[in-house]
Each structure stands twice: as C-alpha cells, then as structure tokens.
Design a binder for this molecule. Structure first.
Ligand code: PHE
Length: 454
C-alpha cells in the first residue's frame, strides 16, 4: 500500500466542507471574542493588533498549513503520527514528544477554557432574565466582580460546561455539532455586525477604530510581543497537534492551503469584529480597556441594557459565544483521546470520561484563582494566568516551531510538495515562510521575551 493511501482508523471527513467546519469550529471560540479584545486592551491597542496580524500572516498561517499537511500525511494521532513520520523521513524517534506536548497542552487548556465557557453560560441566564436593564458600567463591573467572587457559582457553570463537552467527545460523533457550525458562524457574524452598528451609534466608533488600528509602538513591551505571538497560535488552535489530528481525517483530494486560508480569514474577521463591537462601548462609557478577562462581560451588557430588543440580542450573543466555545472545547482533547484509543486501545468513552474528569478537577484550581486564591501568585501570576500564559505563549509556539522545523527541515521536499499540491511558486512562498521566517520569528520573540519570566 502506498503511503498516500493511508486512511485514519478514526474515520475520515465526508468532504472538504466537514474539515473546514470542524477546523473553523475549533478555531473560532472564546479566543476571538473574550480573549483577543481584552489582551488588546492590556497591551495598548493598535500596535498590538498590527503585531498580532503580522504573526497570523507570517508565522501562524504557514504553520497551520504545515500542521494539516503532517496530519494528512501521517493519518494518525499526533503522537503516533510524529513517530511514523520521523521514521519515514529518517528523523530522530524523539519527534514523537512533539505529539506528546500537544496532548498535554490541549488537556491543560481545556481545564481553564471550560471555566470561561461557564462564564458565557452564566451570562446567557443573566441576559435572558433582563438583568442588564438600565445598568451602567460601574454596576456591571460590580455584577461581574460578585460573580467572579463566588466559587460555587463558577464551579457549577464550569461543571456544566465540562459535562456538555464530554457528552460530545465520548459520542465521537461530531456531525450534530458540526452541522451547527454552518449556522453558528453566520449567526455570530450577523450579531457582531449588529453590535458594531450599535457601537457606531454611540458616537465613539471612530475613537475605537483608531485605538485598534493606529499603532503606537511605544506601547509595546517584550511581554506584548510574546502575547501577540502566543495568541496567534491559540486563536487558530495550532501548535498542539489538534489541527494535525483533524488533518489526518482529511480526504486526499482536498486543497490544504485553500481550506487553511478560509479558516484563518474567518477567525481573524470574527476577532476584529469583536474588538469593533466592544471598544466603542468601552470609550462611550469611560471604561478601562485594560479591565482584563472580565472585559466582554462588563461592556457589551451595557449595550444590551440600553438597545431595543436588548434582552433578545444579549441572550443570543452569549448563547452564540457558548456554542462557539463548545465547538472549540470538544476539539481540545481530540489529540489525547485519539492517542489513548490508538495506543492503549481504550474506547472513546473511557478516554473521554477520564480526560474530562481530570480537566474538570484541574479547572477547579482556575475557579479558585478568581476568588480564594487570587492573592496566591507565581511569577506574579494567578494559577489561571500562569496556566494560560504557559500553554498559549510557551507550549503552543514551541510546538509550532517544532512543526515548522519538522515540515521543512526534516521532511523531504518531495513529500511536502506532493502533499500540498501547490504550484511551484506558491510552494516556494510557503516553504520560505515555514523554513525561515516563522522559526526565526518565534525564536527572536522568545529570546526577546525571556526576561519577563524572571
Ligand atoms: N482556538 C480556540 C479559541 O480561539 C481555542 C483553542 C485552542 C481550541 C487550542 C483548540 C485548541 O477559542
């Protein structure tokens, strides 16, 4: 059997569409709507956005393509897949640890992601019952502070979020949820446009726009540069083998680059729209851009409390955010599940339940880091912050660096050329970016940012 005829034991996507939907579902999530706007605010706006876009274009996109390519080539879960590819390309067997790092990163991310997904769920309830009506920024800030301070409530929603994640993971049938993604993306898009429209009515849209798109490089610190790079990986879900796992279910004939570019475009558009929806409200109400993880929960509800049909729009918004988080959370432990099924012969159900339980337990530490343990810091960060920092800003970029190195330095040119099916010119562009630009970018940013860990 020739190598290219391999089919994954976990099955195959029915079409190119199924891959696009699953990958977009994984990519678009809390990262776009919750995280991007608040880290932009913490890092001074425009210059950070420029840097983030540069990282997406020059570093993350070529690596996204490389990761899909490795997955489709190997037709296995990341750990096994890397072992097989390393053998095929006569590289060191230790490359399988790249797969391992992804398995661990996905598990760690899920533990706190579920906590924040719980926040979105809790806010569906608040929006539905009209709790935002007539509240100003200060009142919404206290509402959020009180919410965050209550470990039992956070735990309740975290548990529910993990439960619905596990339900889909163990069934292993994504068809239902993926079918959602077709509706979810346009709906999210429309509602964000609506909120951008509301932003225009506040009279502070121009200010928000120039905040986001006028770079002031004096605002950038070494930390911002590391965060922008890390976020470009987090938001596209790359560097941890998930896209490799999804790529391994991808049919032979499909163009990897086209599908990758679609996912990147959708993901970036949603993130920028979220910023354009939130910042006019921030400026119109004299709020703090650097408010941190509560930003979206403290700002958009002001709009929902004032606009006509605010109860409906607010409920829809948080429901869509929950769904977007859900299509991401189910993907995070795919590498781990696939590995346990492949290597240990576990059933999906057993793997899903144990991993889910583990991530749920670890998530409790993140829950507590917002209240009881909020003074307990390592490297100046709470547990949640440290976990987020280590996974997004260190593990994912490191995984991405290794993927880029493997795909362009270890793998023979003919292999990647055949797998990508690009014209020679486009192939040369991809290869130059993945072989030189992306690795150099990552290394420079790492070295530059290293000081901040001390
Ligand atoms: N990309 C997702 C988001 O933006 C987060 C994610 C990271 C999902 C890693 C899967 C793997 O919300």
């Amino acid at each position: 059997m020739s190598q290219t005829k391999r089919i994954s034991i976990h099955g195959q996507w029915s079409s190119r569409w199924a891959f696009i939907l699953a990958a977009t579902g994984a990519a678009v999530g809390l990262g776009n709507i919750w995280k991007f706007p608040y880290i932009m605010g913490q890092n001074g706006g425009g210059a950070f956005v420029m840097l983030y876009l540069a990282c997406i274009l020059l570093v993350a996109t070529p690596i996204f393509i490389a990761e899909v390519m490795l997955g489709r080539r190997a037709r296995r879960s990341p750990v096994q897949g890397m072992a097989v590819l390393a053998e095929e390309e006569s590289a060191a067997p230790a490359w399988k640890y790249l797969g391992w790092m992804g398995v661990v990163a996905g598990f760690l991310i899920l533990s706190y992601y579920s906590v924040i997904m719980g926040w979105a769920m809790a806010y569906v309830e608040r929006a539905m019952t009209g709790s935002f009506h007539g509240l100003d920024g200060a009142a919404l800030k206290s509402m959020f502070e009180a919410f965050k301070a209550d470990p039992m409530e956070l735990l309740f929603w975290h548990s529910l979020a993990m439960l619905i994640t596990m339900l889909v993971v163990v069934r292993g049938v994504r068809a239902g949820l993926e079918a959602f993604t077709v509706l979810l993306m346009p709906a999210l898009f429309v509602i964000l446009l609506l909120l951008v429209g509301y932003g225009m009515s506040t009279g502070h849209f121009v200010e928000a726009f120039s905040y986001m798109f006028t770079p002031d490089f004096s605002k950038l610190t070494a930390n911002s540069v590391v965060v922008a790079l890390g976020h470009s990986f987090f938001t596209l879900s790359i560097g941890m083998g998930l896209i490799m796992a999804y790529g391994s279910y991808m049919p032979e004939k499909v163009s990897i680059t086209q599908t990758a570019l679609f996912v990147v475009a959708a993901d970036t558009t949603i993130a920028l729209l979220a910023g354009l929806a939130i910042y006019p409200v921030v400026f119109a109400n004299g709020l703090e851009p650097a408010a941190g993880p509560g930003l979206v929960f403290q700002t958009l509800p002001i709009a929902f409390g004032q606009m006509p049909l605010g109860v409906l729009v607010g409920t829809l918004f948080f429901a869509l955010l929950t769904l977007a988080a859900w299509t991401s959370s189910i993907s995070m432990i795919e590498p781990a599940v696939a590995h346990l099924v492949e290597k240990r012969g576990w059933t999906r159900v057993k793997a899903g339940i144990w991993l889910g339980l583990g991530a749920w337990l670890l998530g409790i530490a993140s829950v507590l880091s917002f209240n009881y343990w909020n003074e307990f810091k390592m490297f100046g960060k709470t547990f949640f912050e440290l976990l987020d920092f280590t996974t997004s800003n260190i593990m994912l970029p490191l995984g991405g660096l290794l993927i880029a190195i493997f795909a362009t330095w270890m793998m023979r040119r003919e292999t990647s050329f055949a797998e990508l099916g690009l014209s020679p010119r486009m192939y040369a562009v991809w290869r130059a970016l993945t072989r030189y630009v992306a690795p150099l970018g990552i290394v420079i940013i790492f070295v530059y940012g290293l000081g901040l860990l001390g």
